[in-house]
Design a protein around this ligand. Structure first.
Ligand SMILES: C[S@@+](CC[C@H](N)C(=O)[O-])C[C@H]1O[C@@H](n2cnc3c(N)ncnc32)[C@H](O)[C@@H]1O
Length: 341
């Protein structure tokens, strides 16, 4: 931690101003990374698997992607084989950010000009994000970056039934429940594709008797417009990277946490993580991964973001005690353990 009580790496590793060649090549590299991941090749690059040219001999586009990845320094070409470099293995560990940006927010970023001048609108019938890709990107980041800290934090939480709000593909709630015999879990997500993905994964992990994936708007659950069977059983609520969306409406912002407590009346503990608005952009010569994209995407969607101080106040005003707060891997993201007092 440094003088602003944030991890040093959150100040950034990418130098600015970003030169034209870096900006252009970064855009292409992001698309190449996303394409390789959709083809299942990032997983293999992450493992250090060699990729043989002969396997792609009849697919010129695949060869073009491998060539582009080689130009980016993620593969090393050696006669008829591509060998992952250390940078390639590192980018594979970070691929969730690219699934999020390219897969999830491609339309939003690509139409930022038209959204700004009002020719296009962020709504389901015009410009929208791909929720399933946002959920998948988050799940990829979870495995690579968040799982160890979250598991350590949950070791101290004695839960029987846990709900995950904005659960995406329910990978996290499934993992947490599978690690603790006798527990149950429920993932709630607004997205149909993410919920279908969750149900498929829960069934293939044999967890269908213990983990339920429900498609619902969490705001409807908090408003009690949507009653779910096991909310009364839930003793622990978790939610990651959703709160900023729930807090978007200034008219209901102060009610979200009190309503969450009412909707889960027996919950004694809330484990919540979110990415927050940076207090200050003090190191103007460096930028971390993710923060600029996260802030810009939400501005384009008309979703205001909040600083950590605002989250602290929203939690304590709702009668929750901050038992623990930790930096949560992704820049400017914090993990809170909140106790009902
Ligand atoms: C950034 S992703 C995070 C997914 C997951 N919590 C994780 O950390 O991997 C946000 C998720 O919240 C879901 N979501 C957004 N608004 C929602 C709402 N009002 N009710 C339920 N889910 C919502 C999205 O579909 C998406 O899966």
């Amino acid at each position: 931690m440094n003088k602003y009580d944030i991890p040093e790496q959150w100040h950034g590793q990418a130098s600015t101003p970003i030169a034209p060649a870096d900006a252009y090549n970064g855009y292409i590299a992001a698309n190449v990374i996303f394409a390789l991941d959709r083809l299942g090749l990032m997983e293999r690059i992450g493992r250090g698997d060699r990729l043989y040219t002969e396997d792609y001999a009849d697919n010129g586009r695949a060869l073009a992607l491998l060539r582009a990845a080689t130009c980016c320094g993620y593969l090393k070409a050696d006669d008829d084989v591509y060998i992952p470099t250390e940078a390639g293995r590192e980018i594979a560990r970070s691929r969730g950010y690219f699934t999020w940006a390219v897969g999830g927010y491609n339309e939003v970023f690509g139409n930022a000009g038209q959204l700004t001048d009002g020719l296009r609108h962020y709504d389901p019938s015009d410009i929208h994000r791909d929720e399933a890709m946002v959920a998948l990107g988050s799940a990829q980041c979870d495995q690579a970056m968040f799982a160890a800290l979250l598991d350590e934090v949950l070791d101290d939480v004695d839960f029987g039934t846990i709900a995950d709000l904005g659960s995406g593909n329910s990978a996290r709630v499934s993992r947490v429940v599978s690690q603790r015999p006798g527990t149950r879990g429920m993932g709630i997500d607004i997205s149909e594709p993410a919920t279908l993905m969750a149900r498929r994964d829960i069934a293939s992990a044999g967890l269908q008797d213990r983990v339920q994936a429900v498609q619902a708007d969490v705001l409807d659950v908090l408003d009690r417009q949507r009653q779910l069977e096991i909310t009364g059983e839930v003793d622990t609520v978790m939610s990651f990277f959703l709160l900023h969306d729930l807090l978007a409406n200034p008219g209901t912002r102060a009610d979200i946490m009190p309503r969450m407590r009412e909707a889960f009346p027996n919950a004694r503990r809330f484990v919540l993580g979110d990415t927050m608005l940076r207090d200050r952009i003090d190191h103007e010569s460096m930028q971390p991964i993710f923060s600029v994209g996260f802030e810009l995407a939400h501005a384009m969607m008309g979703v205001p973001l909040h600083t950590k101080a605002t989250y602290d106040r929203i939690f304590t005003d709702a009668g929750l005690r901050i038992a623990r707060v930790e930096p949560f891997a992704t820049p400017h993201s914090w993990l809170y353990v909140l106790d009902v007092v």
